[in-house]
Design a protein around this ligand. Sequence first.
Ligand code: KIV
Ligand code: NA
Length: 277
Amino acid sequence: MKKISIPHLKEMKARGEVITMITAYSAWQARLVDEAGAEMTLVGDSLAMVEKGYPGTLPVTVDVMVDACAAVTRGTSRSFVVGDMPFLSYEVDRAQAIANAGRFVKEAAVDAVKLEGGLERAETIRAIVGAGMAVVGHIGLTPQSATLLGGFRVQGRDLEGARRLLADAKAVEEAGACALVLECVPAPLARLISERLTIPTIGIGAGGGCDGQVLVFHDILGLYGDFRPRFVKRYVEGGKILKEALETFVDDVRRRGFPDEAHSFGLDEALIEELRG
Ligand code: KIV
Ligand code: NA
């Protein structure tokens, strides 16, 4: 199947066709996302929480993200794969940002890297694009710097904050990003930003006016805890269903219902008698 390209994503926006992005962190998850028809797959640093058990995204390393990205690209044939650059892998200086972005592209064959930040990140985005790599921006609620934002809350609710987000969006586009994630932004503001940009916006908690939508794999499938932010819609209680299957297996083993003959290898009766002597 033909690989999704940046021009394809821009044409979808121009035609008013909505883009779907889903996160994935391993080859089997990537295969499901690809086969479900999502145009974009995000190897988010949410991996730290949903796969590695950390309380937040900050501890994840470039090594761990690149390894996950490589598994995801191996499991993908059509979707455009984006890898999240972890906290402090692109903020220190431009040379380090380019080198780290390069690891995602060279070692994991991602189609683009994603980094958080608006105006303050424009020069870094420009530098990575200048080195020949595609970048996806991420503004609004940026979890890596949530402490500075006063916690996990909707951004751009007052005039000053809304103006700042519009300026951030413009700066990211002008720096050469190929798409922009808007996280926890009031729906009417996200719609306005989407109208003002030529690159596609991908929203999470940003309403129906974005050019695309993204959700975390585990959140869609009910695989991660009981906490459910307002913007998450659960399509199946996956965790509950999978746990029931595992409990049935445990029960089967305990009552010696597994393995039965159908799941075992036989041996000639005479041979075993000979061995018994
Ligand atoms: O890490 C992640 O999963 C993300 C999405 C929520 C946009 O950045
Ligand atoms: Na992220």
